[in-house]
Design a protein around this ligand. Structure first.
Ligand code: TRP
Length: 334
């Protein structure tokens, strides 16, 4: 029997290389080994985009197409839309009794996010909504609804998983052994840096390469990448380890080219413009199969609809089982 894995994404924007190297690539590699549920977390996206439903709706499709394009196989991965599984909302209400408001306020992930969203939640989080503060509860419902045993996460999501485990333990201790306590599959890839040298590639930082970027956009982004600032002339020797162009060569180029770039750079045998042009070629080569797949799904929206519909139906079956067990345990199975 394969273990059940569950992960989710907020549909708030397209996928970029940071998502791919930080998470998506691993998901592709393990899709054969697990019973894989992939949630498009539109309800969670609405917790901080409630005033922009059109954006969330559009990105449900964008993100699904991006995920299919990077190589997740809909025959192996069960794609589903959170809002269509009403059982998740029910579980969220039941679990909300098992967590204190102060515990949620102390959750490091939630704290960081509130601080980043001053426009929405106020300078000191004084306008925080009940929904946003409670999204870790809803995320615990996401996981347990499908008896998720394993949750692939990055560091930033660990407090949310811990919150989920606490809810599970509390539920089981009050109502009897019903829910499964999930374990984490911690991402081993470090954060992908931005082309600007920032430690993180991110949408809000404006330093990301997206799978939907066209060649001209990629060209401009790479030409603007940060290189060793001490290198002024084409034949100055430089340090590739502090150059973002070399960093990206290492992500998308082949071994032979990578070592060539490295040694020529150190010896002052290559100029940065040449090096960037070669990176543009390597990047386009790397993105080519992904973009071809993406194009197929763009041209066949009915295929995407069907994948989401079938995945959501399958998820619904599992969710019904869970909600029956939960209601029975809570003695509300009238
Ligand atoms: N909170 C996650 C994020 O912001 C998305 C998410 C929703 C999720 N439900 C989940 C992740 C369940 C893991 C498990 O990226």
């Amino acid at each position: 029997m394969k273990k059940t894995i569950l992960t989710g994404l907020r549909p708030t924007g397209n996928l970029h290389l940071g998502h791919y190297f930080g998470a998506g690539k691993t998901w592709c590699n393990i899709q054969d080994d697990y019973d894989f549920y992939l949630e498009i977390a539109d309800v969670q996206a609405l917790t901080d985009n409630f005033n922009n439903p059109e954006k969330v709706r559009q990105n449900v499709y964008e993100i699904t197409k991006d995920l299919l394009a990077i190589g997740l196989d809909p025959n192996k991965v069960n794609f589903f839309i959170q809002s269509q599984i009403s059982e998740i909302a029910e579980l969220t209400v039941f679990y909300s009794n098992l967590v204190t408001v102060s515990r949620l306020q102390r959750n490091p992930t939630v704290k960081t996010e509130i601080a980043q969203k001053k426009e929405l939640f106020g300078n000191n989080g004084e306008s925080i909504t009940y929904g946003f503060l409670g999204y870790p509860v809803s995320q615990a419902a996401d996981i347990t609804c499908f008896s998720g045993e394993v949750v692939p996460v990055g560091e930033d999501q660990l407090p949310l998983l811990e919150q989920c485990r606490e809810i599970v333990r509390k539920f089981n201790s009050i109502y009897g052994e019903t829910l499964i306590e999930p374990e984490q599959l911690l991402s081993t890839t470090p954060r992908i840096k931005g082309l600007d040298g920032n430690d993180k590639m991110g949408k809000s930082l404006g330093n990301a390469i997206y799978f939907v970027d066209d060649e001209k956009t990629i060209n401009n982004k790479i030409m603007g990448a940060i290189t060793d600032p001490s290198k002024l002339k084409k034949d100055d020797p430089a340090n590739p380890d502090i150059c973002m162009v070399y960093y990206y060569h290492k992500l998308v180029n082949n071994e032979e080219n990578i070592s060539k770039v490295c040694s020529e750079c150190k010896k002052g045998e290559r100029g940065c413009v040449q090096c960037k042009k070669e990176l543009i070629d390597a990047m386009n080569e790397f993105l080519k199969p992904i973009k071809e797949k993406r194009k197929y799904y763009d041209e066949h929206p009915e295929v995407v609809d069907k994948i989401l519909e079938e995945g959501t139906n399958k998820a619904k079956e599992k969710a019904k089982e869970t909600i029956n067990n939960v209601k029975k345990a809570m003695k509300i199975n009238y």
